[in-house]
Design a protein around this ligand. Structure first.
Ligand code: OGA
Ligand code: MN
Length: 331
């Protein structure tokens, strides 16, 4: 009897994982589609929230252009439909490919060979090493998630990228989570046939703090269920630029990615001509030389095309957690 109950999550997972025939998508919640209007609630925020100077710098649109929803069946799950500019998407995609897999950060490739700089190694010489390119499945930042013990430790910690903690800070503050601190991240790299099986994220000491999940590149079917696997999960469409926040009741719920879908659009390539060069001094002031160089180098030129090639057939998910309680500064 309990066996049957527990199977609900798995049943839905298998339904959406199927390849031939591909699963029907008619029940996958797409917040852009009016047919799902009764399943979601649009959240409006006090216009008291001041514009944040950091928005443009972080590749985010003004707050007035952030469509924020909750899914009625899953209280605590907050969905922000792509608040990124095209340049912003390019900026973060590049960070995930070029910078985050570098040492001292950890990747799944470490057990085979320690690469100082995975992306550079892939593009060494004139040709791309496709086999190595496809090998990267995850990289961890900050407190490194230990996949065996599932425990974080001080000995297994590096600096968390400042621009990424700033991004979380802006999103968290907008949603009212003023005390959130980004301390650990897993960047997941999915190919078109990748899946992520049902799990909960509970290794953090602080399970009250929300978890922030950013999606870039190809789309995904995301399943969100309840605190055990007996609840039939809902399927939600995640597209490039979408932010999912697992807070409150949703923080410890089962979730999974049974399928990657190829996206009919490439929002990272939309209207990229109008780069805001007028804001150079502001960028410089905050992040020294880093950001403006990155944003400018992502215009339609040779620099961007190799990253474009990657995200045309992959999905990147940046999954960010606070590990410590508010009063702690270490484990
Ligand atoms: C995770 C996770 C979901 C996603 O990394 O823990 O649940 O959308 N990722 O890839
Ligand atoms: Mn997870």
């Amino acid at each position: 009897m309990s066996g049957k109950c527990e199977d609900q999550f798995m049943k839905t997972f298998k339904f959406y994982r199927a390849r031939v025939p591909p699963p029907p998508l008619s029940k996958v919640i797409d917040v852009d589609n009016a047919a799902f209007a009764d399943k979601i609630t649009k959240l409006t925020f006090d216009n008291n929230v001041e514009q944040d100077d950091r928005l443009e710098l972080l590749g985010l649109k003004p707050f007035a252009h952030w469509p924020v929803f909750t899914i009625k069946k899953h209280p605590g799950l907050i969905f922000i439909r792509n608040p990124f500019t095209s340049h912003g998407q390019r900026y973060w995609i590049r960070k995930c490919l070029e910078k985050y897999p570098r040492k001292p950060n950890k990747t799944n490739i470490d057990i085979e060979v320690i690469l100082e700089d995975w992306w550079e190694t892939c593009y060494e010489g004139h040709k791309c090493n496709i086999q190595l390119l496809k090998k990267l499945r995850w990289t961890t930042l900050g407190y490194h998630h230990n996949w065996d013990t599932k425990e974080y430790s001080e000995a297994n910690r590096n600096n968390f990228p400042s621009e990424l903690s700033e991004l979380c800070d802006v999103v968290a503050t907008y949603l009212g989570y003023n005390a959130f601190r980004a301390e650990a991240a897993i960047v997941n790299y999915y190919h078109m046939n990748s899946t992520l099986s049902a799990h909960t994220d509970h290794s953090e000491i602080n399970l009250e703090a929300p978890l922030f999940s950013f999606s870039f590149g190809q789309s995904a079917i995301f399943l969100i269920g309840g605190e055990d696997k007996s609840t039939v999960p809902s399927a939600v469409l995640l597209q490039s630029g979408d932010i999912l926040v697992m807070s409150k009741e949703a923080r410890l719920c089962y979730h999974a990615v049974p399928k990657i879908l190829s996206s009919p659009s490439s929002p990272w390539n939309d209207n990229v001509e109008d780069i805001h060069t007028k804001d150079v001094p502001k960028f410089r002031y905050i992040y020294e030389k880093d950001v403006i160089v990155d944003m400018n180098s992502n215009q339609n030129n040779g620099n961007w095309s190799i990253f474009n090639g990657y995200v045309q057939e992959s999905r990147i998910n940046v999954n960010i957690r606070q590990v410590l309680n508010e009063t702690q500064s270490r484990l």
